[in-house]
Every structure is written in structure tokens, then in C-alpha cells.
Design a protein around this ligand. Structure first.
Ligand SMILES: *Cc1c(COP(=O)(O)O)cnc(C)c1O
Length: 356
């Protein structure tokens, strides 16, 4: 055991599994790097974080998060740059967002030293797990759980924070087919739609599987009251290019996750001289734009795919087709700019890169 300069207790594994990693055959979310970070909150404070070999947890079946859902997470990626160095994309923003989620779920805030220094130390130790192939990455999954061994309904008093990492292969995403959801609801004002809380995903499983069985890839959620205004797609924010202007739903209703990718894309669009409007976007507006030939491009944005282009949207039995993607002029350019920054192929002029 050693104590790092950042006051993290490190217990390295005695048996690395790195030789089992096939860099040419990475399956997302199935293989985990050698180590994980664990930190426990008790009596009103966070203890010293520890980096330990990745392994099973042993928990009481009465652990409160299993019953009442005080469970939040983040998703971040580390990229291998051409010089061999490793960079994480905007983790400070994920740290801030995790604390927004924590506050809403009545969980303790996680200090930056534990979240950010934890990522740094963990990835330094598991650097060999950051893949080198084109468009590959190491996915970083921080999460926090209510840990009281108590099945009464109240906020937990003890918590656990963990970080695990998983090598991710080249994310090839074919254009996605979207089903505009007008029955089930993901988020309402006053709810938890703006948090990365586990329960949001539990609620989306049935509607998502249902539309997948109908031949679509993802659900586009609409507002709970009128099913008229679009919110977001699965685990992605959504953008539309209408008559040369980029439209994306505004965040202030509290029904949309404030994506780090969304924010990065808004910045890049503006730098490219594209007007961006963050405002309510109704389905009717999109239908009309499509009919008059002004709906030019549409995509989802998130850490996993960076940008996923949309081929068509189905709303109440009618399918709106986007123009062929090889005619698009804005989104592919922005995607390339974003990916070039993430992979260190262009200089980072925004302070988005966090070096390991
Ligand atoms: C994670 C997530 C996003 C995308 O956020 P990024 O920070 O860009 O990865 C969008 N919507 C939902 C519901 C999400 O869970």
C-alpha cells in the first residue's frame, strides 16, 4: 500500500488483467480496468479515498439505495493523444453536474479533490487500459450510492462514491431513427429530469425497448403536459438545423440533462458563425420546417457518440425524413472539430482538456 501525493490510499492489484484486453475487439461496458476508486461518507464527512483492485462489493440487502434510489452517476471519457499522452474531456463540468444531481437527491456533494484527483490517480495507474486505436477511449463512470443499512424511507446518512473505468471501442453510429414519444413521460418541472439519477433510466427502459421493437433506435421525449415540445433523446441532447439556425431545447425548465457535449457544441457552432437558439421547440414547428424544406440537419449529442446524426423522426404515425447526410454542411463539420479537440488533433483553445 502507498499514499499518493494527493492523499489517496493506493493498493495496487497483484494480478493485472491487462493481457486479457483485446484492443481490436473492445465491447463497450463489459471489461473493466484493473483498479477502482472507493470513498465513503460517514458522520458528515468523506473519508480518505482509496484506489483498490476492481472487484465485487459486498452489501447488505437492506442497503437503502437498492430500495429508494439515492443513486447518481456521471459519464466521462479519457482519450489517447497522438503523442501517447492521455487527456480527459471537461471532467470539471461532470464534477459540477454530479453535485447538482447530489443536491436534488439529498446526497452529499463530492469534493473536487476526490472526484478530479481520483480520476487522475486512477487513470495514471491504469494508463495501459486507455486504448490507442482510432476513435477508442476509456469510459469513466463515477457514481454515488446511499449506503445506510435501513429500509425506512428517509435520506441515507452514509454514502459511497466509486469510480470504475471501461475501455470503449470505436463508436460507429449509423444514422438513428427516432420515435417521438407522446405517451410516456421522462421529466416534469420540479422533478429530477436535470439530474443523472439512476431512476430516470429505469423509467425509460420500457418505452425505449418498445420503440426498438418497432424498428426505431431511440425515443425523443416530449413535455409532460401537451406532448408538444421536444426535450431530449435517450442519453443525448438534441439539436436541429432549421434554415441555417441551430435550435436546441432550453435548460431552464429543469426537464433536460445539461450535457457537456451540448455545451461544447453550442460553443463550436457559435465560433463557426452559426446562430444558436436555446428555446422551446414544438413538434409542429419541426413538421412545418420539414414540409417547407427548411429542416436541414438533426442530431443527438452526448459523451458516448459525441454526435449521432438523425435520419428520420416518427410522430403520431407520420415519418419526417431528413435530407441525405452527405448533403449536410454544418453538423459533420462541428463533429469533426469536437472529435479533433477530444483526440488532441487540434490545439485545445477552450481549456476543455484535462491532462493526466
Ligand atoms: C448523459 C446524458 C446526456 C449527455 O450528456 P453529456 O454530458 O454530453 O454526456 C444527455 N441526456 C441524458 C438524459 C443523459 O443521461
Amino acid at each position: 500500500m502507498s499514499v499518493s501525493s494527493l492523499n489517496i490510499k493506493v493498493t495496487p492489484t497483484s494480478q493485472s488483467r491487462i493481457s486479457e484486453l483485446d484492443q481490436n475487439n473492445l465491447v463497450f461496458g463489459k471489461q473493466y480496468a484493473d483498479h477502482m476508486l472507493a470513498c465513503y461518507y460517514e458522520n458528515g464527512e468523506w473519508n480518505t479515498p482509496e484506489i483498490i483492485p476492481f472487484g465485487d462489493l459486498s452489501l447488505s440487502p437492506a442497503t437503502s439505495f437498492m430500495h429508494y434510489g439515492q443513486a447518481i452517476f456521471e459519464g466521462i471519457k479519457a482519450y489517447r493523444h497522438p503523442d501517447g499522452s492521455i487527456a480527459v474531456f471537461r471532467p470539471e463540468d461532470n464534477w459540477k453536474r454530479m453535485n447538482v444531481s447530489a443536491a436534488r437527491l439529498d446526497m452529499p456533494e463530492i469534493p473536487a479533490e476526490i472526484f478530479l484527483d481520483g480520476i487522475k490517480e486512477l487513470i495514471k495507474l491504469d494508463a495501459a487500459w486507455v486504448p490507442e486505436g482510432e476513435n477508442t477511449s476509456l469510459y469513466i463512470r463515477p457514481f454515488m450510492l446511499g449506503m445506510d443499512e435501513f429500509i425506512g424511507v428517509r435520506s441515507s446518512l452514509s454514502y459511497a462514491f466509486y469510480i470504475i473505468t471501461s475501455p470503449a471501442g470505436a463508436y460507429y453510429s449509423k444514422p438513428v431513427r427516432i420515435y417521438v414519444q407522446d405517451q410516456y413521460v421522462r421529466a416534469v418541472p420540479g422533478g429530477i429530469g436535470f439530474t443523472k439519477a439512476a431512476g430516470n433510466y429505469g423509467a425509460s427502459m420500457l418505452p425505449t425497448r418498445t420503440v426498438k421493437e418497432m424498428g426505431y433506435d431511440q425515443v425523443l421525449w416530449t413535455d409532460a403536459f401537451e406532448h408538444k415540445y421536444v426535450q431530449e433523446i435517450g442519453t443525448m441532447n438534441v439539436f436541429f438545423i432549421v434554415d441555417g439556425v441551430a435550435l436546441t431545447p432550453n435548460l431552464d425548465e429543469g426537464t433536460i440533462l445539461a450535457g457537456v457535449t451540448r455545451d461544447s457544441i453550442i460553443t463550436l457552432l457559435k465560433e463557426n458563425g452559426i446562430e444558436v437558439q436555446e428555446r422551446p421547440i414544438s413538434i409542429d414547428e419541426l413538421v412545418e420546417a420539414q414540409k417547407s424544406g427548411k429542416l436541414q440537419e438533426a442530431f443527438g449529442s452526448g459523451t458516448a457518440a459525441s454526435m449521432s446524426f438523425i435520419s428520420d423522426l416518427t410522430y403520431q404515425g407520420e415519418t419526417l425524413y431528413l435530407p441525405e447526410i452527405n448533403t449536410w454542411s454544418i453538423s459533420p463539420k462541428i463533429k469533426k472539430q469536437l472529435d479533433d479537440i477530444r483526440y488532441g488533433r487540434t490545439p485545445d483553445t477552450h481549456g476543455w482538456i484535462f491532462r493526466i
